[in-house]
Design a protein around this ligand. Structure first.
Ligand code: T46
Length: 133
């Protein structure tokens, strides 16, 4: 199975434009406890470089584009996000790196848990040890 799990989000398109509505436990497979977004990213900057022990997230590029690398310790896959109606589901224990942000990129993130630094694995070797246990 691919590491890249894309979710088609409900879109309502009419002559006025488009509206995307996302409901927790319905359109994404968890109750949404936190929402945050990345914007005004520095040209050439990369972000992420961590995994989460429990957290699940859905990333939606609501403006512009970016690339996300996913790594489960045995495979690395990359996905290009550029559609506000597509969400990328990232399960726990997946290393992620985001890069190649366009200058107008806004990356919206829906998270299954509130923020906890204890949930992060920010060292790649520690990540490899954790998932191979
Ligand atoms: C992820 C990717 C996609 C908070 O205080 N609360 C929060 O909810 C978040 C997400 C971050 N922070 C603080 C922690 C750091 O001092 O904001 C600062 C920047 O966070 P970080 O370096 O983790 O940012 P990214 O872009 O590398 O990663 C973020 C999320 O942290 C992460 O869960 O999966 O976006």
């Amino acid at each position: 199975m691919s590491l890249v799990e894309l979710i088609e989000l409900p879109s309502f398109v009419d002559a006025r434009g488009s509206l995307v509505a996302i409901e927790g436990k319905c359109d994404v497979p968890f109750a949404i406890k936190r929402v945050y977004y990345l914007h005004s990213t520095t040209l050439g900057a990369s972000r992420g470089f961590h995994a989460h022990k429990r957290l699940q997230q859905v990333l939606v590029c609501v403006s512009g584009s970016c690339r996300v690398v996913l790594d489960d310790a045995s495979r690395r896959e990359e996905v290009f996000l550029a559609k506000p109606s597509i969400g990328l589901l990232i399960q726990h224990n997946i290393w992620r790196e985001m890069y190649d942000f366009s200058d107008n990129c806004i990356l919206l993130v829906l998270a299954s848990e509130q923020y906890s630094e204890d949930d992060y694995i920010r060292d790649y070797d520690e990540f490899l040890m954790q998932v191979k246990l």
